[in-house]
Design a protein around this ligand. Sequence first.
Ligand code: PLP
Length: 364
Amino acid sequence: MSNKQIATILAQLGNRTDQQNGSISAPLFLSTTYAHPGLGQSTGYDYIRTKNPTRDILEEGLAQLEAGARAVVTSSGMSAIQLVFSYFSAGSKFLVSRDLYGGSFRFFDDIESKGIASFDYFNEVEDLKEKISEEVDGIFLETPTNPLMNEVSIKEVAQLAKANQALLIVDNTFLTPLRQRPLEEGADIVVHSGTKYLSGHNDILAGVVIAKEAEIGEKLAWLANTTGPTLSAFDSWLFIRSLKTLEVRFNQQEKNAQEIVQTLEKHPAIKKVLYTGVGAMISIFVADQHKIGDFLQALKVFSFAESLGGVESLITYPTTQTHADIPQEVRESYGLTPDLLRISVGIEQVDDLIKDLEQALAVF
Ligand code: PLP
């Protein structure tokens, strides 16, 4: 990371890149193709799938934030995850956090069913120690997990990965580089759903892959050029614009979440609150799962919707939404039961959020 503080790097992203006109806001280059000065010559840009000046600004900023050598931004979090898995050879073996985003599970399940790769799941580090061997090629980790907020030490997992020559991939969507820098703790690759906190306004679908080593980063960029999940120029520009306020948004969301947790923990309609103390994601187990529909209907500020990390507060029902593709018996076996709701806290005035939850919780 440069010697500037994160807020400075974020706010300044793209400034001073337009030498010709001095624009403060990052220039948006929509052109899909670039003229060559002569045969065998290039300005550095040939074709948009390969490289784009606006996307370059975003990728350089994200690599700096996560302390990595190279970032690749893609058209969704899932295409970022798919890009990382395309780095490995067919037949590779992976160990994965048991609790995780349902879409990641669906992807792993699909490639396993086609015989492309094999997956086993672990709950905690002890479990991982028993399962890991030199046959494992990669570990895919969510911490905290979505939606049960399980945490494991990235450092410990990284040591186990290194000892077995496996690559460690961390999905850092929930905490962002503001609160967790997996590459500094020994991970090899970080992925994000850029749709969430990084862009933060529920208006961009994007993904991010950041590699610690330049060699892996270059190979991922080569694969992205080969298969084409690279993010469009306009979305890259909008992503840069949004990223500038990441720290201000995230600090407010986290502050709101911490206050909301205090109310939820005392509420008789809630059996248990899951919150790690950092970030703005909270999960709750409610007293009566049959009243969840009425509760969601009663909300006036929170919206009942999928996704997370945006400035607008959302409540998700993982059982029928984000995690519906994990077979019921599997998800219930590790604690993702139908009485669980997931809350993504936004930047609204916290008293309005608390009042809204209190009036809706009255249905229980
Ligand atoms: N990783 C996590 C932790 C997620 O929550 C999600 C989406 O909800 C994804 C990855 C996939 O990202 P996207 O929806 O941008 O494809």
